[in-house]
Design a protein around this ligand. Structure first.
Ligand code: UDP
Length: 141
């Protein structure tokens, strides 16, 4: 399987719960390397732009409101099959349906406050990495 990069966000609920380190430990245990990272309080405009694919969905306004409610931790993960591996670690969108032992099962409270974001395909991963980390601030190793 090819080495891939994927964009991960630890959302405001999980940052507020002080579980950034516990989530990073899961990435590392699964063989994913953090090759870029930044804590940031997103603006309304940034959150709307990032989630533009969802702008016609009924939950869009609440999703954007939630994503600007506090700081998030944004990282690029690199590794073999990183996109699918990160999605596996995250678990289903709705934490009630997420497999036992996944990040969302363990740390998320609801379908909207669901702890983490992860790119879902190679095209979205490339676009999302470029959205938050244009240029050179990536340390592959
Ligand atoms: N979301 C929501 N209500 C829904 C579906 C999604 O609030 O009914 C939010 C949720 O935070 C989710 C995000 O919108 O993580 C993006 O939805 P998507 O279907 O892409 O889920 P994901 O890829 O994050 O599992």
């Amino acid at each position: 399987m090819a080495t891939e990069r994927t964009l991960s966000i630890i959302k405001p609920d999980a940052v507020a719960k002080n579980v950034i380190g516990q989530i990073y430990a899961r990435f590392e245990a699964a063989g994913l390397k953090v090759i870029a990272a930044r804590m940031q309080h997103l603006s309304q405009r940034e959150a709307e732009a990032f989630y533009a694919v969802h702008k016609e969905r009924p939950f869009f306004k609440d999703l954007v409101g939630f994503m600007v409610s506090g700081p998030v931790m944004i990282q690029v993960l690199e590794g073999e099959g990183a996109i699918a591996k990160n999605r596996e670690l995250m678990g289903a969108t709705d934490p009630k349906k997420a497999d036992k032992g996944t990040i969302r099962a363990d740390f998320a409270d609801s379908i909207d406050a669901n702890a983490v974001h992860g790119s879902d395909a190679p095209e979205t991963a490339a676009a999302e990495v470029a959205f938050f980390f244009p240029g050179l601030a990536i340390y592959s190793r």
